[in-house]
Design a protein around this ligand. Structure first.
Ligand SMILES: [Zn+2]
Length: 415
């Protein structure tokens, strides 16, 4: 991996950087679409390429179960298997194990779970997670960490944090034994729950291993915790992670979350949100999400967004036909998914452009005004951005600020 910071924002901690991996150069900050089963739900690799996407995510847990490592090895790795020519990131499999398996027991050796096929107890160790990710062949691979829900409290959070540090060492050992450094790039995952002291302890240990890891992720968030706590943990971690390593905030996909994280110094994020919400008929736009199921779109012959460069909007797929088809025909899911991923790319692309031009604070103010308008700005976003010197209300004295996570989507007219 080559990682080079090209510009930093004069006000916030945002930065633009260039990350060169074996299959592509990816400009950061970027949003990574999730291809859980070796496919973005609803789009072909060629469509992803046409949207300019250069980095996607595969889930190790799913690929290891099906088609399995033997098939992936026979295919020459996951890139060949799915026909994806650009960069690929795999998670460790740990998060899915904990969230999807019928039972999981964490021991020092690894995560013990029931095989979904035979019900037999099966162990995933840090070493095996790395070996599976070597076979998959992703450009960026993740350490196995001991994942606890962000709502967990008490000694289990500290235990999981220290175990994640020990498992990082085992992952590094296996990665280096296999001689994969530089070919595949191992990221550490900072844990410690919502406790700033535990986060600091984890950061200190993991930063000590900087020369043996290519980048860092901030894990254990986006699990239903208060947004006001979420942003403070992101700010704390991003500020203390080394400037010469990419920083990846896991499981973040709402536009406002992305922009706050970028302002706090985050470079990468992933989430199933934009593709999942597309299948439920919600299109993302700079004027806020649009529920295409609402009857008010039935006679609207305009595109989702007149200014959107995506093929769905450019080639005249109307809100009217989407209203007719969405959640019923797969073609509508394809069209809206394509649009939503283009929207995510534009949110991040405009962040990069404005950081380079020195206008990122103004972009934030304009974005929030357009996106939240009279619905009101989420208070946590206002507070988070104030902490890095941006007052969203500057120039917008009448903007309303609302408590809670913000943005209530209107499904009231849905059929
Ligand atoms: Zn579009």
């Amino acid at each position: 991996m080559q990682f080079e910071v090209l510009a930093t924002c004069h006000t916030t901690r945002a930065r633009v950087s260039r990350m060169t991996l074996a299959h592509a150069t990816t400009n950061l900050p970027t949003f990574m679409p999730v291809a859980t089963q070796a496919a973005i739900k609803g789009l072909t690799p060629q469509q992803m390429e046409a949207l300019g996407v250069t980095l996607i995510l595969n889930n190790t847990y799913h690929l290891n179960l099906r088609p399995g490592i033997k098939v992936l090895e026979a295919a020459g790795g996951a890139h060949h298997f799915q026909g994806w020519r650009h960069n690929l990131l795999t998670d460790s499999g740990g998060f899915q194990l904990v969230s999807l398996s019928k039972f999981t027991k964490i021991t020092e050796e690894g995560a013990l779970f029931a095989s979904p096929f035979t019900g037999e107890p099966t162990m995933l160790t840090p070493e095996e997670s790395i070996s599976i990710q070597h076979a998959i062949g992703a450009d960026i691979i993740m350490q196995l960490d001991d994942v606890v829900s962000s709502l967990t409290v008490g000694p289990r959070v500290e235990e999981a944090m220290w175990r994640s540090v020990r498992w990082l060492d085992r992952c590094i050992e296996r990665h280096e034994q296999a001689g994969k450094q530089g070919v595949q790039n191992l990221f550490a995952i900072v844990q410690g729950g919502l406790d700033p002291a535990l986060r600091d302890a984890c950061l200190e240990e993991m930063v000590k291993r900087k020369d043996r890891v290519a980048g860092y992720a901030i894990g254990g968030l986006s699990g239903g915790e208060e947004k006001d706590v979420f942003w403070r943990i992101i700010a704390q971690c991003a500020a203390k992670l080394p400037a010469d390593r990419p920083r990846y905030s896991m499981g973040i996909g709402f536009a406002e979350d992305l922009l706050v994280c970028v302002a706090l110094g985050v470079d990468m994020a992933d989430c199933v949100f934009p593709t999942r919400t597309a299948r439920f008929g919600v299109a993302l736009t700079f004027k806020g999400p649009l529920n295409l199921r609402l009857r008010k779109h039935a006679k609207d012959m305009g595109p989702i967004d007149e200014n959107c460069p995506c093929p769905s909007c450019r080639d005249g797929i109307s809100r009217s036909v989407l209203n007719h088809l969405v959640t019923r025909e797969t073609a509508a899911a394809h069209a809206v998914t394509q649009h939503n991923l283009c929207f995510q790319a534009q949110v991040m692309g405009r962040a990069r452009d404005s950081i380079l031009e020195g206008t990122f604070p103004q972009y934030l103010r304009t974005f929030f005004s357009d996106y939240f308008g009279e619905n009101g700005y989420p208070e946590w976003c206002v507070n988070a951005l104030r902490s890095v010197g941006v007052d969203l209300l500057e120039g917008y004295p009448n903007a309303k600020v609302v408590k809670g996570p913000g943005m209530k989507w209107d499904y009231s007219d849905a059929p």
